[in-house]
Design a protein around this ligand. Structure first.
Ligand code: 6OD
Length: 470
């Protein structure tokens, strides 16, 4: 079977097919149609045709549609989990407890937030100004492969509830859960054209970005792709929202609870094979506990179940960084190779969870995002030095701090150059909070009212009030 695009409420089989591989085995799991210019244009036109009625619908009604989609996801929960796992090779438990439930939460949370959002009003010298918010129009939603359903719905839900229609382009590696979602939209009777999904590689995303009838672009992925999107979007001054790469730092102070710091770092470095933009790739540990932290982290890394990388190319990229670490003079404390299972997984795209030490801040290994299950560990002596090291990166998405001092927690967190700082925890997400990165890690914030701000624009209306007789 070849997965079809979803345009104007119907499946559309057009464009050449391409294979999708199971990262666990390397075998082909499905074929998918690749969007060509005609398909992209058809999808954008369908979105445009649906835009007026969808935008005119009262927000409370659109919120009702979001709740129905959430119910649809609940009904197709097992199918979504299966599709997500087939494409990503992500662990079953993680997919059941994180990726798919977050899809439900995204639709419910943004339905509530949008429906309850107040407008603004201002009085000035006998005038009343108030705002009405309007959708942007047709939004291109370009989604990465690491947590495909979570990240697609994180952008779709606020875009839709604000009154936009969308064309979604999932990653070429992970079309499956989006295809199930298309069936959910059709089954729920969502007005045709409100959600359109086209499949394909980066070139398909590019077709959407450059389409004159796409009004805004939201993207999660690499900084390099974002720069290309930005150049194209600039031609028509399209609004963009980008959540990009990271080279996230973790700071472990000697006053920390070491058990929690080690276990927290195991999660923050190795979850999903390190293929989460929030994962930690640089750990800085205060010198008195450095040796013990390294020994314990290295021991735990060897117990972590390896996860597959998304593709052979990505596995090779991660392995090239393992080789780079050695050539730059690193000491490998754990991992550094390819696991051998002696079963079907030996055809898959696995690398070992890896811990290295001994490299300078200026090594390529410590500057470039790897996006694999690997972290470098280095010692520091003072809080000021720890902050300098953490902030030396060109990226600034997330950071972690491990300390039992409340004063230090606030002081350090406020000085870290990152969009999100976690203290004594990692990847706890409150959907109402602003989320995004500084420096090369992104532009703009989504989450809570920040999402509603991005996916709609205020018009200010100012009325001269009648002055009472003097
Ligand atoms: O949790 C989220 O909402 C989010 N946007 C996570 C991003 C992960 C990137 O790989």
């Amino acid at each position: 079977m070849v997965l079809t695009h979803f345009i104007g409420g119907r499946p559309v089989a057009a464009g050449p097919g391409f294979p999708v591989h199971d990262p666990v085995t390397g075998l082909v799991v499905r074929h998918v149609h690749e969007a060509d210019p005609e398909v992209a244009d058809r999808a954008v036109r369908a979105a445009r045709e649906a835009a007026r009625d969808w935008a005119a619908m009262p927000v409370g009604e659109r919120a009702g549609w979001m709740r129905r989609l959430a119910e649809g996801i609940e009904e197709r929960f097992d199918d979504l989990v299966a599709a997500e796992i087939a494409d990503t090779g992500n662990p079953l438990d993680q997919t059941r407890t994180l990726d798919v439930p977050r899809g439900i939460a995204n639709f419910r949370a943004f339905a509530e937030m949008a429906a309850q959002r107040p407008e603004e009003a201002f009085h000035l010298s006998g005038t009343l100004s108030y705002t009405v918010r309007r959708p942007l129009g047709v939004v291109a939603v370009i989604v990465p492969w690491n947590l495909p359903f979570l990240l697609m719905t994180w952008k779709l839900a606020p875009a839709l509830v604000c009154g936009n229609t969308v064309v979604v382009k999932p990653s070429e590696h992970t079309p499956g859960s989006a295809a199930v979602f298309a069936e959910i939209c059709a089954g729920a009777g969502l007005p045709p054209g409100v959600v359109n999904i086209v499949f394909g590689h980066g070139s398909a995303g590019q077709l959407l970005v450059e389409h004159p009838d796409v009004d805004a672009v939201t993207f999660t992925g690499s900084t390099r792709t974002a720069a290309a999107i930005m150049r194209t979007a600039a031609q028509r001054v399209k609004p963009i929202s980008f959540e990009l790469g990271g080279k996230n730092a973790g700071l472990v102070f000697e006053d920390c609870d070491l058990d929690r710091a080690v276990e927290g770092t195991v999660r923050s470095a190795f979850t999903n094979g390190g293929q989460v933009c929030l994962c930690t790739e640089r750990m800085y540990v205060q010198r008195p506990i450095f040796e013990e932290f390294c020994a314990r982290l290295a021991a735990r890394a060897q117990e972590v179940e390896p996860q597959p990388m998304i593709s052979a190319a990505h596995r090779d990229k991660v392995l090239s960084y393992y080789a780079l670490a050695r050539s730059e003079g690193a000491k490998v404390l754990a991992g550094g190779g390819v696991p051998v299972f002696g079963d079907h997984r030996d055809g898959g795209y696995y690398v070992e969870p890896t811990v290295v030490a001994g490299l300078s801040e200026w090594s390529r290994f410590n500057r470039e995002e790897i996006f694999g299950p690997v972290c470098h560990v280095a010692p520091f002596d003072s809080e000021a030095e720890a902050l300098d090291l953490a902030n030396s990166s060109e990226y600034g998405l997330a950071a972690t701090v491990w300390t039992t001092s409340l004063d230090r927690a606030h002081r350090v967190a406020q000085r870290l150059e990152a969009g999100q700082v976690w203290v004594n925890t990692w990847d706890v997400r409150d959907l109402r909070a602003p989320f995004g990165g500084v420096k090369l890690s992104g532009i703009g914030r989504e989450g809570g009212t920040r999402s509603l701000d991005f996916y709609s624009e205020p018009t200010t209306i100012t009325i001269k009030l009648e002055q009472p007789d003097a």
